[in-house]
Design a protein around this ligand. Structure first.
Ligand code: PLP
Length: 380
């Protein structure tokens, strides 16, 4: 099946009890057992729920993989991956991560003895300098957040494989429509489903996807044992959101491209981060591993201090000043004080998250309205 067909149908059969075409919201915590232990595959809803099962199968199909698991948030999904590790284990990861991921690594897992190497992944060969007998996992994010750097997934997968390491990829920014890391050799894909997959800024959810049955069994055990599982209503909303993922992503990419080019020539702007520019340092890799460049753009305002940056960030009417991304509506965010505030300033600035950087999630509104709103705000 092709992507659009999977987005609409994968994992979703007419309901066996009533024929309902849309997967029902199974709002139940427990299930009837004919005799102890004899049930229809569902015993207690922390472990499994049919609405969630449909979504998990749909997500797996979109990533061309066998198994999906849903979590109550993207961070819950990430947490489950690190519960595979033990004190003394080492992880190699990028130096330009989602703020919450960085916070979890340094504040939750480092104190219990897991060691992290935050390195420049623009050349994956750097990874080799940090591998030792304790190394277990490589965790990458691409495109990175917010400076839109591209990490070569296939090159990382080759290094992981040659050294018997796991490669996990945070695929949130690209979505499965633009990029499928498992096809490129990754072992685990993580999604903040909250973003493009949900697509309507009304659900917080995470997912892990893998093709490896043994890994799936371990992660499913953690999912049920630790309990960060989502409710059926949220699963229903995401199933519904995914039905238009291909349509939304196409529109995000189209608007994103037009806005990136508009911003690039704007006199108030010093720098535009968008992987679609031919002079982007990793443009060739982006072209190789992605089917489009998405709707995420970051800009550095020319000569703006914090006060001017705030004034511009607050001057929009259609773009909403808010954290998050990937919804149908356009959002603008100030990473240094919002999404990336949990990263210490020196670390943050090393990764390019300066005080005059703004991150924009381009929605699917009319392009002329978006351009007019940008023009007005940038002259504020
Ligand atoms: C939002 C986000 C997360 C965290 O996901 P939640 O659903 O908010 O817990 C992780 N990685 C990236 C790239 C994100 O944008």
């Amino acid at each position: 099946m092709k992507f659009a067909t999977k987005a609409i149908h994968a994992g979703q059969e007419p309901d066996p009890t009533t024929g309902a075409v849309m997967t029902p919201i199974y709002q139940t915590s427990t299930y009837w057992q004919e005799s102890p232990g004899k049930h229809k595959g569902y015993a207690y809803a922390r472990g499994k729920n049919p609405t969630r099962t449909a979504l998990e199968n749909c997500l797996a199909a979109l990533e061309n993989a066998a198994h999906g698991l849903c979590f109550s948030s993207g961070m819950g999904a990430t947490d489950a991956v690190f519960r595979l590790l033990l004190p003394g284990d080492e992880v190699i990861t990028g130096n330009d991560l989602y703020g919450g991921t960085y916070r979890m690594f340094t504040k939750i897992f480092e104190p219990i003895g897991i060691k992290f190497h935050f390195i420049d992944l623009s050349d994956p060969n750097n990874i080799k300098n940090y591998i030792n007998s304790n190394t277990k996992l490589i965790w990458i994010e691409t495109p990175t957040n917010p400076t839109m750097q591209i990490v070569d997934i296939e090159a990382c997968a080759d290094i992981a494989k040659a050294n018997s390491l796991l490669l996990a990829v945070d695929n949130t920014f690209a979505s499965p429509y633009l990029q499928n890391p498992i096809d490129l050799g990754a072992n685990i894909v993580m999604h903040s489903v909250t973003k493009y997959l949900g697509g309507h800024s009304d659900v917080v959810m995470g997912a892990l996807i893998t093709n490896d049955s043994e890994l799936y069994t371990k992660l499913a055990f953690i999912n049920n044992s630790c309990g960060a599982t989502p409710g059926p209503q949220d699963c229903f909303l995401v199933l519904r959101g995914i039905k238009t993922l291909h349509l939304r992503m196409k529109a995000h990419c189209e608007n994103g491209e037009k806005i990136a080019h508009y911003l690039k020539q704007h006199p108030a702007i010093e720098k535009v981060y968008w992987p679609g520019f031919t002079d982007h340092p990793n443009h060739a890799i982006a072209k190789k591993q992605m089917r489009g460049f998405g709707g995420m753009i970051s800009i550095v305002l020319k000569g703006a201090d914090l006060e001017k940056t705030f004034r511009i960030a607050s001057a929009f009417h259609i773009f909403t000043l808010a954290e998050s991304l990937g919804g149908v509506e356009s959002l603008i965010n100030h990473p240094a004080t919002m999404t990336h505030a949990s990263i210490p300033k020196p670390e943050r600035e090393k990764a390019g998250v300066v005080d005059n950087l703004l991150r924009i999630s381009i929605g699917v509104e009319d392009i002329e309205d978006l351009l007019a709103d940008l023009e007005k705000a940038l002259s504020a």
